[in-house]
Design a protein around this ligand. Structure first.
Ligand code: AMO
Length: 424
């Protein structure tokens, strides 16, 4: 006798009238008279198992004894039932038991708080809404990859253990590297710039580390950055590329109608053209609302909230003062060729034209008060034909937060790390 085929719940319609084998977890059990209905989920979908007490008492009794969330396997026939399908099991196996009480309710009916959902992440992934969020995140990543490949960018992998700060700031996690100090990378900045010498357009999607004691809904100590760097382009062309990327992601993600139905919202509409607003213009706006801010200071959250009253969707803040930007940005007098991509008051990305001229780059490092010796290793390459280049870093977690409408960045990260939380 041939074995029934092992299938996924989503493929059930193709198997009407046939015997199949299914694996999954028992989400729910209901008894109506002499019939038990089990909702079986396998992560791809769900199906109803219909078990009659008189039809198969042994299966009925074993199903009765099975606790919700246990993993089972059944062999049974696929029946059309009105406009849906059911499976009538002829074999029933308890594969892995779920002991009760459960620490959280995976049906989502009894809500748990965020720290508990994160502590029991494997189980909370069975909550439909949470399951949908991580599928959306994965799709966003795929769309990003597809876009970069379509423009000829090469995917690179840069080291995460480094000897000096790439961004020049503090916020570094120190590690003991066989008795010598080393650090966790804050960004792939210097490596991605070096890579354009020969690979022209490069990108990376990877985790980076910031020892920032920020307790907000949008900061983590380990976050995922989407980095792009391209030779022979300036910051305007880098913004064009970032704009194209945002459009591609927001257009592509709309296909996931079922996932958005589950989370109960629509993704943001793809922007036509993202407005580019100068730092100086926004500084004036902020001051006109009575907030004091010196030229050359970064916009704090109060200032960003004022700006977001006028700019609700996507916009770029361009031409930042030199004092607000790192040493590698292209300087033009007191200004820079730089940008931040915003959505309302949320910063999603930052980037700019880079300084590719050896002498100017040395000057910038000194001007920022950085130790030139620790950058010699990097800047020496700029003597051997470094092309002009530009790029950006986009926070993946923040982008997914925006797309899913999650209140807190921790909801869209599998095992979030913040100043209080680091788990095995
Ligand atoms: P920046 O430091 O602005 O720029 O980082 C780029 C983007 O990464 C995200 N991000 C974070 N997300 C969550 N938690 C954090 N602690 C965190 N820090 C940053 C934000 C931010 O806009 N090398 C430059 C980029 C470049 O010029 O190419 C850089 O790292 O969304």
């Amino acid at each position: 006798m041939t074995q029934p085929e092992k299938i996924r719940t989503v493929d059930i319609p193709k198997y009407e009238g046939r015997e199949v084998k299914l694996y999954g977890w028992v989400e729910d059990k209901r008894i109506l008279g002499n019939i038990m209905f089990i909702t079986l989920r396998d992560g791809w979908g769900r199906v109803q198992l219909t078990i009659k007490k008189d039809g198969n008492p042994s299966i009925y009794n074993r199903a009765l004894a099975t606790q919700r969330q246990s993993v089972i396997s059944v062999v049974g026939r696929v029946n059309r039932y009105k406009d849906t399908y059911e499976v009538i099991p002829s074999k029933y196996f308890l594969v892995s038991q779920a002991n009760h009480p459960l620490p959280i309710d995976p049906t989502g009916r009894t809500p748990a708080n965020l720290p508990t959902l994160i502590e029991y992440r494997p189980l909370s992934l069975r909550i439909e809404r949470i399951n949908a969020i991580f599928r959306i995140r994965a799709k966003v990543k795929k769309l990003i990859r597809d876009y970069f490949y379509s423009i000829g960018a090469v995917e690179i992998d840069t080291p995460k253990i480094i000897a000096t700060a790439s961004e020049g700031g503090a916020e570094l996690f120190k590690v003991d590297y066989f008795g010598r100090p080393a650090y966790l990378a804050q960004s792939p900045q210097l490596y991605k710039e070096q890579a354009v010498m020969g690979l022209t357009y490069v990108f990376e999607i990877a985790q980076f580390y910031r020892a920032e004691k920020s307790h907000t809904r949008k900061h983590l100590t380990e976050f995922t950055s989407v980095d792009f760097e391209g030779a022979y382009i300036d910051y305007n062309e880098a913004m064009d590329i970032l704009e194209g990327l945002i459009r591609h992601v927001l257009e592509g993600i709309r296909e996931e109608k079922e996932l958005f139905r589950v989370i109960g919202r629509e993704p943001p509409a793809p922007p036509e053209k993202i407005e580019r607003v100068k730092y100086d213009t926004l500084l004036e706006l902020v001051r006109s609302r009575g907030k004091e801010l010196k030229w050359g200071e970064d916009f704090d959250s109060e200032a960003l909230n004022i700006i977001a009253e006028k700019y609700r969707g996507f916009y770029f803040i361009v031409d930042w003062p030199w004092d607000t930007k790192p040493f590698y940005i292209y300087r033009v007098g007191d200004y820079t060729q730089s940008f931040d991509l915003m959505h309302g008051n949320l910063e999603l990305a930052s980037g700019g034209t880079r300084e590719h001229r050896y002498t100017e780059l040395r000057k910038n490092i000194v001007d920022k008060g950085l130790n030139i010796e620790s950058f010699e290793y990097h800047i020496r390459y700029y003597q051997y034909g470094m092309p002009p280049h530009a790029g950006f870093g986009l926070g993946l977690d923040r982008l997914v937060q925006l797309i899913t409408g999650a209140e807190n960045i921790r909801e869209v990260v599998l095992y979030p790390r913040d100043p209080e939380t680091v788990t095995p």
